[in-house]
Write a protein that binds this ligand. Sequence first.
Ligand SMILES: [Zn+2]
Length: 158
Amino acid sequence: MTETIRTGGCQCGAVRFRIHGALGRVSICHCRMCQKQFGSFFGAFVAVPNDGVEWIREEPSYFQSSVNIARGFCQRCGTPMTFRQPDGLEITIGAFDDRSDLAPTIQINHAARLPWVETIFQAEVHDNSDYYKRQESIISFQHPDEETANWPEHGLKL
Ligand SMILES: [Zn+2]
C-alpha cells in the first residue's frame, strides 16, 4: 500500500512539512488564545501523528502560551503553524497545500466564541471575481501550494 504524504508550509516557504500517516481530528477553537494566535475569529487545526511530522528547511519557532501549550509560527513571515501540547501536535488547516478535505468536524471552547461569529457569512458579498485573473499579472512572493525543488524563486532571501 502506498503511503499518503500530506504537505504544506508557511507563506514564505521557509517552514515546510510532510506528514506521514493518517491525520486526526479537524477542529476550530474559539478560545482567546487561538484568536490571538491567528489574529482572527478562531483557530483551525488538524491533529497529526506524533512521530509522523517531517520538517523541511526550517522548523517553526514557538511561543509558550501557557504551562502546557506552545504555539508555532514561521519566524520569517509570521504564518501560524502549530498547536503543541505534551501529548500531541496539531497543524493549522490553512498551512496545508491541499485543504479541500479538511472541513472541521468539531468546535472547541464554543462558549468563548465571538457573539457575531455565526453571522459572518451573511455579510454582503463583494464582487471581485476577477481577482485571480488580475493576480496572474503580478509577481507573488508567496510559496506555491506544492513541493518545489528550487524555492525561493524571485531572489527572495531565506
Ligand atoms: Zn515563512
